[in-house]
Write a protein that binds this ligand. Structure first.
Ligand SMILES: [Cu+2]
Length: 317
């Protein structure tokens, strides 16, 4: 299998994808073959043995055929064994990571993914890996069950709240691939989208050495804030067009007062936004559930400054 998409499958972009596809197509074509065999035979018998004129006795004395029964028992049994052995070997290969694989901790939560790299770098919603190297993912969840799914790599694994699961892959080509949550996990499930960014080994090492900071220091604050908003999952719960979503909108809020669930009011300023990001449950906005996760340790100070600057630009001064 090469790396182009087919009618049934997206491009095969990991080393295991070819094997998964081969098994898929084997099962698919065998099933198609039997489908047509059965349908055509049924049609043939329907016509060949239809009732003609005033015939009465519809069957003769035959009630079974030992040879035929043997054939239609043995052939499917062999096919099932082929699929089982083939599938089990591929399954084992997918579940035992090669020695020396890069290990990345993956955490799913409502409704985004976070990734912890060996050197302490953290990314949200975007997994960065090198091409041509095995990568082992250790998955868990902070709340409900999520499922880490990258169709181009043919890999999928549940992330559970109370134990670790494992997955590994090796990306073949540099590029950006879609990451989905494949377990219905609540209101924001359909927005729980991410990317897997595959870099060349040298680019990956350079990127990692900067602790994933990229060129954030050169980006003006409001622009950095916008990047945080789209790239670090804020947009799964907050809109910028004035409509409330899971959380309040960011439009026209800066400098305005807001009512909290305990009945007090507060003016939305820099300190309030900072606290909302680091300790979301300290002050909960009235009418909303206390579901915002803390971003303590996930955002740098400059990124929080950026969010504040960005929210300011969304408000009429
Ligand atoms: Cu999910």
């Amino acid at each position: 299998m090469d790396s182009t998409a087919t009618l049934w499958m997206p491009p095969a972009q990991s080393t295991i994808a070819g094997e998964v596809d081969a098994l898929f197509y084997f099962i698919f074509y065998v099933a198609m073959g039997f489908f047509f065999l059965v349908v055509l035979a049924a049609l043939y018998f329907l016509i060949r043995y239809r009732r003609k004129g005033n015939e009465v006795g519809l069957t003769d004395g035959h009630d079974h055929n030992f040879k035929l029964e043997l054939i239609w028992t043995i052939i499917p049994t062999i096919l099932v064994f082929i699929v089982f052995i083939w599938g089990f070997r591929t399954y084992l290969k997918m579940n035992v990571a090669p020695k020396g694989a890069i290990e990345i901790k993956v955490t799913g939560q409502k409704w985004f993914w976070s990734f912890d790299y060996p050197n302490g770098a953290v990314t949200l919603s975007e997994l960065v890996v090198p091409a041509g190297r095995p990568v082992k993912l250790l998955l868990s969840s902070r709340d409900v069950i999520h499922s880490f799914y990258v169709p181009d790599f043919r890999i999928k694994m549940d992330a559970l709240p109370n134990r670790y699961t494992m997955l590994w892959f090796e990306a073949k080509n540099v590029g950006t691939y879609n990451l989905y949550c494949a377990e219905y996990c609540g209101t924001g499930h359909s927005t729980m989208l991410g990317k897997v960014k595959v870099l060349s080994v040298s680019d990956y090492e350079k990127w990692l050495a900067n602790a994933g900071a990229e060129k954030d220091a050169e980006v003006p604050l409001p622009e950095l804030g916008k990047k945080v908003y789209t790239g670090k999952a804020c947009m799964t719960c907050h809109t910028i067009d004035g409509t409330p979503s899971v959380g309040p909108t960011f439009k026209n809020v800066f400098g305005h007062t807001v009512e909290l669930s305990d009945g007090t009011t507060i003016t939305i300023d820099e300190n309030y936004i900072r606290e909302s990001v680091l300790k979301p449950q300290a002050k909960v906005v009235k009418g909303f559930a206390p579901v915002m996760p803390t971003f303590q340790g996930l955002l740098s100070n400059r990124e929080i400054d950026g969010i504040i600057a960005y929210i300011k630009t969304l408000s009429e001064q």
